[in-house]
Design a protein around this ligand. Structure first.
Ligand SMILES: Cc1ncc(COP(=O)(O)O)c(C=O)c1O
Length: 476
């Protein structure tokens, strides 16, 4: 059984700085007469007062003995010293309760609860079986064996890690220096710090968009300019231009490779068009590139940052590709804005987990990450093709899907006559979970479906889940 907290009292002393037993007695009597000592309440243990007041144990004990003799306190063996029960009945005071906080609501939906038994068909994660747990463990062991390296933290992120990240980005055609990198808690914190400080307070996003980015931007009070995205066709550049000119945002947020939730990637011409509009209309760019390095080096996608230079805020992370629980992401920002973003990070988080950052640094430095990434890219390609084969074979007429060419997810669009909630409920009974993502859309959704994640589920289980899906769709 846990013990109740003890009562903390102020002890006033006659001679400043020197406490006598009488001072303790007088202070307790005064509080007792004021009715501030509820019967049965535990008094501070002798050693606590001894330490706090800088007196001997005997002084405190003498005061407590005196108070016990006066019937105010009572010692219980092995339990401590308590306020004695009063003889006269007490008027029952109303219990103290604090005012509950008033909060404005935050729209973010419930996190997916992963179970071994179910197939989580819409997950954007990578199968944990494909992640290099042993090698990560090796790096942690090495880092923890050298505590001086990470005893303190650099709010901007572990220096040697930032250096390696900058080097990697330069290999991908981005002009980035170590000091341009701010390490963050996943890419989500990178989006968060950008959203906190951007002016004007409006953000343009794809519609549909990664729903937790939408929730974050709304929570930060940003107005939204929703830009329609059809994953089955080219960008509607004229519509984008019209909307951006009507309300020029502070930032345009774009997920340029394997967009969440559609799996769509931008063509080089589309990226160049966005860069041109940024220049002409006057808004900055926030590129969320969670995906381009899921493709092999030979295939890697162009990025806004590589094409458009150092004013593009570039975000990426190691969470999906390496291990979600490491929660390490980063933002690359031009020198003119990096200090403000860093200030926002400092105010929000003070610092970061340097131990984890140092372990990741070791993993990059030993070449483990690149070996892992190459294997992962091959496996994702295989899974992608296995998924396409199953879809072609199994899906009934009227169902269509995007062709991302790799990465973790595609978008599966079903006829409007299918009730998505009912479909989700029926599939759940068969152990298949889908997430239609209504929060990804602004206004009435122009798509009718859900993401299918092939990175998370082995081809065999995915096949079983798609068979169940095909049965339910045919029935619907
Ligand atoms: C497109 C996109 N960006 C950013 C994130 C945030 O990821 P993390 O904070 O784990 O890096 C996610 C998470 O799923 C995502 O899908």
């Amino acid at each position: 059984m846990s013990r109740p907290p003890y009562l903390r009292l102020h002890i006033r002393c006659e001679t400043p700085g020197r406490v006598h037993a009488n001072d303790i007695v007088a202070s307790v009597v005064r509080e007792h007469e004021r009715g501030a000592l509820p019967a049965g309440a535990r008094m501070a243990p002798v050693r606590v007062l001894e330490h706090q007041l800088g007196v001997s144990k005997n002084t405190v004990q003498a005061a407590y003995d005196e108070l016990a003799a006066r019937g105010i306190l009572a010692a219980r063996s092995r339990e401590g010293v308590f306020v004695a029960d009063r003889r006269e009945p007490l008027s029952v005071a109303a219990p103290l309760t604090a005012t509950p906080p008033t909060l404005r609501s935050v729209e973010c939906g419930l996190p997916e609860r992963f179970t071994e038994a179910d197939v989580h068909l819409s997950s954007v994660f990578v199968d944990p079986a494909l992640l290099p747990h042993e090698r990560v463990a090796d790096c942690f062991r090495s880092v923890l064996g050298n505590p001086r390296r990470h005893a303190l933290y650099d709010v901007q992120g572990y220096g040697p890690l930032r250096e390696l990240i900058a080097q990697r980005l330069r290999l991908r055609g981005m002009n980035v220096e170590t000091d341009d990198i701010i390490v963050t808690c996943g890419s989500q914190q990178a989006l968060d710090i950008a959203a906190r400080v951007i002016e004007p307070r409006a953000i343009a996003t794809e519609n549909p968009v990664y729903s937790l980015a939408r929730g974050l931007f709304e929570m930060q009070g940003l107005r939204t300019v929703a830009l329609p995205l059809d994953p089955f066709g080219p960008l509607d550049v004229e519509e984008w231009r019209r909307r951006l000119m009507a309300e020029p945002p502070g930032l345009l947020y774009a997920i340029t490779s394997f967009q969440n939730p559609t799996g769509r990637s931008y063509s080089t011409t589309e990226l160049e068009t966005i860069l041109r509009m940024s220049r002409e209309i006057g808004f900055a760019l926030l590129e969320d590139d969670w995906g381009s390095d899921m493709l092999s080096e030979a295939d890697y996608r162009p990025t806004l940052r590589a094409l458009g230079g150092e004013h593009v805020l570039y975000v990426n992370s190691f969470t999906k590709k390496l291990m979600p629980s490491l929660r390490i992401g980063f933002i690359a920002a031009h020198k003119s804005v990096a200090p403000t973003l860093l200030g926002a990070k400092r105010l929000a988080a003070v610092g970061g987990p340097t131990v984890v950052e140092a372990a990741l640094c070791e993993l990059l430095d030993r070449g483990y990450y690149d070996t892992h990434l190459a294997r992962l890219q091959t496996e994702l390609d295989l899974r992608y093709h296995a998924c396409l084969e199953s879809l072609r074979e199994l899906m009934p007429e009227g169902v269509r899907w995007t062709l991302p060419g790799g990465g973790p997810i595609l978008w599966l669009d079903v006829p409007r006559s299918v009730d998505l909630d009912q479909l989700a409920a029926r599939l759940a009974e068969e152990g298949v979970r889908i997430q239609p993502r209504p929060r990804a859309f602004y206004g009435t959704p122009h798509l009718h479906g859900f993401p299918v994640g092939y990175a998370f589920t082995s081809p065999l289980r995915l096949r079983g889940a798609l068979e169940a899906l095909a049965r339910e769709l045919s029935r619907a």
